[in-house]
Write a protein of this length. Structure first.
Length: 248
């Protein structure tokens, strides 16, 4: 289990308009083998009212992406301007789709203070499902599994959009809230909505979503998967099963 800490620093969201981090305070570029192995962790481009938001999102079903809710703040009502790009590696990508619907955590609008980050998650239902033969969605960590002491933090950077960044040795600590953990692995602009992956056997599974970073050090904050998120994924998998049944 991760060790417990208290909140001692202010935290900020990590979309493209946030404060810049230095090169030594960012996740490094993954090597080619790891980038190719993680096409489901993709880039989200969202054209808002007065800016372009760059975030990361994880494909968890052919038509569903998990990301951070603040990535959708400036895009409410602008679904046509949201794009998810899977497997972006240099100048090539494996699949892309616009958004048909964005659902933010139902408790987000009623939460206040630092605890609001516990609900800073959203799902994007894609207008065009990503074929599983192109990109295999990432499975969720089982709800009854014990969170390991270390995990992987994976995401794109707004200053280097073409390559996936991350580390697989990020130590985790529990915060005051059971559904929010921290890590000393740094996060930077564009990493919002990025994946925290936990290893189960030989498989890396989605365990959380990167939502914020400290203003004073390299601490990053990750929301763990709650029942609302799991319900959205279950519904998406049922939709996929119906689509598959119609094809047969």
């Amino acid at each position: 289990m991760p060790r417990r800490i208290t909140f001692v620093n202010l935290i900020l969201a990590l979309f493209v308009t946030g404060a810049a981090a230095t090169a030594s305070e960012t996740l490094p570029v993954l090597d080619a083998e790891k980038r190719i192995a993680l096409p489901a962790v993709g880039l989200i481009r969202a054209k808002g009212v007065d800016s372009v938001v760059i975030c990361t999102g994880t494909l968890v079903a052919p038509d569903l992406v998990v990301t951070s809710a603040h990535c959708t703040d400036k895009t409410a009502g602008l679904l046509k301007d949201i794009e998810f790009v899977a497997g972006l590696n240099g100048t090539r990508f494996l699949a892309n789709s616009g958004a048909a619907e964005v659902l933010r955590h139902p408790k987000l609008d009623h939460a206040t203070g630092r605890g609001k980050f516990r609900y800073d998650v959203a799902v994007i239902r894609l207008g065009r499902p990503v074929p599983e033969e192109r990109v295999q969605p990432i499975n969720l960590m089982h709800s009854d599994a014990v969170l390991p002491a270390q995990a992987a933090l994976i995401g794109y950077r707004s200053t280097d959009l073409k390559l996936l960044h991350g580390r697989f040795d990020c130590a985790l600590s529990q915060t005051l809230w059971s559904t929010l953990v921290s890590s000393t692995c740094p996060a930077s602009q564009g990493n919002s909505g990025g994946a925290m992956l936990a290893k189960t056997g030989q498989e890396w599974r989605l365990a959380g979503v990167i939502v914020a970073a400290s203003q004073h050090d390299t601490t990053s904050f990750i929301v763990l998967l709650d029942q609302w998120l799991r319900d959205q994924v279950d519904a998406a998998l049922r939709r996929q099963a119906k689509r598959s049944a119609k094809v047969q």
